[in-house]
Design a protein around this ligand. Structure first.
Ligand code: TYM
Length: 332
């Protein structure tokens, strides 16, 4: 079976529908066809300032949600990144074959550092994509299911894999991004030309999986649309309505065409009301199952310990080979 690795940051207490539809939904589906490794990337979550107590909590909430949406510990290796020390170790080696200019061109760093002030953003935020490359290459992943915003990081990962292989001998599988176009960029309800984002959207622009459905209904009702009346799918001219249709279609399995047909002659208010229902139906069982995992943190930590052990078996074999190739002594 081809191998998959992907990761998600535990930076808020809940994932949003962009995370779910852009990435996590595909993680679940790929369990059928791939050998799947997924990580809650807590090392990445400390790059821009954080609270330790909140981080520990949101790491567990993230893992609980991933099990709740359908990751099966029997078939998937789900682990917390900091519990597998090889990630930090490989990141150092990769940082030594990454150009300073190359790292400077990463647009996510540029966006985030502009917001924080370039001088005040951490070196960790700058080298973040190199750690991400290490995450992927340690597992010899063939495919990496992510949303559109990760495309450039995946390009860097491929470049680093090829560069290392050329310089030191074939060591890494060169991974391909797995980006499902229809849901690769779910947009902000309040600003439907921007992506829905934990770090930059206003709370009113984000639908959280763990929010009370009444709260999400309110956000959906006040989603920005346009001055027209017709419910048609046109991401350029009618970004807001199209985003609502995309979410609706993805959560129900109905096609966009089917929905557009069904809403002919109806108004935006009808669409929003029904979508709020769809979201409520969707999140209810996820919230219950998430709570079930959180009610037994000892059992959750045990599942994660098993995941870390399985991950380490693979990661340490790759790191050993890397250390050997770059010329470190045996036993390092
Ligand atoms: P993160 O935690 O920001 O997001 C997790 C996943 O959700 C996707 N995503 C979206 N997809 C569609 N529409 C949106 N509005 C949207 N917002 C987020 C992201 O593309 C991502 O797939 N750097 C990564 C985490 C990471 C990683 C890795 C990913 C660390 N190591 C190794 C893959 C492989 C990140 O910050 O994702």
């Amino acid at each position: 079976r081809p191998r998959v690795l992907s990761g998600i940051q535990p930076t808020a207490d809940s994932f949003h529908v962009g995370n779910y539809l852009g990435a996590v939904r595909n993680w679940v589906a790929m369990q059928e066809t791939h050998d799947t490794f997924y990580s809650v990337v807590d090392l990445h979550a400390i790059t821009a300032g954080h609270d330790p107590v909140a981080l520990r909590h949101s790491t567990r909430v993230a893992a609980a949600q991933l099990f709740a949406v359908g990751l099966d510990p029997e078939r998937t290796t789900l682990f917390v990144q900091s519990q597998v020390p090889e990630h930090a170790q490989l990141a150092w080696v990769l940082s030594c074959i990454t150009g300073f200019g190359e790292a400077s061109r990463m647009t996510q760093f540029k966006d985030k550092s502009v917001k924080q002030g370039a001088d005040r953003s951490s070196v960790g935020l700058f080298t973040y994509p190199i750690l991400q490359a290490a995450d992927i290459l340690l597992y010899q992943a063939d495919a990496v299911p992510v949303g559109e915003d990760q495309r450039q990081h995946l390009e860097l990962t491929r470049d680093l894999a090829q560069r290392f292989n050329t310089r030191f001998g074939r060591t890494f599988t060169v991974p391909a991004p797995y980006i499902v176009r229809d849901t690769a960029k779910i947009t902000d309800l309040q600003d439907p030309t921007a992506k829905m984002s934990k770090s930059s959207s206003s709370p009113a622009g984000i639908i959280m999986l763990l929010d009370d459905p009444a709260k999400s209904a309110k956000k959906i009702r006040s989603a920005v649309t346009d001055t027209g009346r017709d419910i048609v799918f046109d991401p350029e001219q009618k970004a807001g309505v199209s985003n609502l249709l995309t979410i609706y279609a993805a959560l129900t399995g109905r096609s966009i065409d089917d929905l557009v047909g069904a809403y002919a002659g109806k108004g935006y208010g009808d669409l929003k009301k029904d979508l709020a229902e769809v979201v409520a139906e969707f999140v209810r069982p996820i919230q219950q199952r998430t709570q079930g995992y959180l009610d037994d943190p000892a059992q959750l930590d045990k599942l994660l310990a098993v995941g870390a052990e399985k991950a380490r078996a693979v990661a340490s074999a790759t790191l050993r080979e890397v250390y050997d190739r770059v010329g470190f002594l045996p036993g390092s």
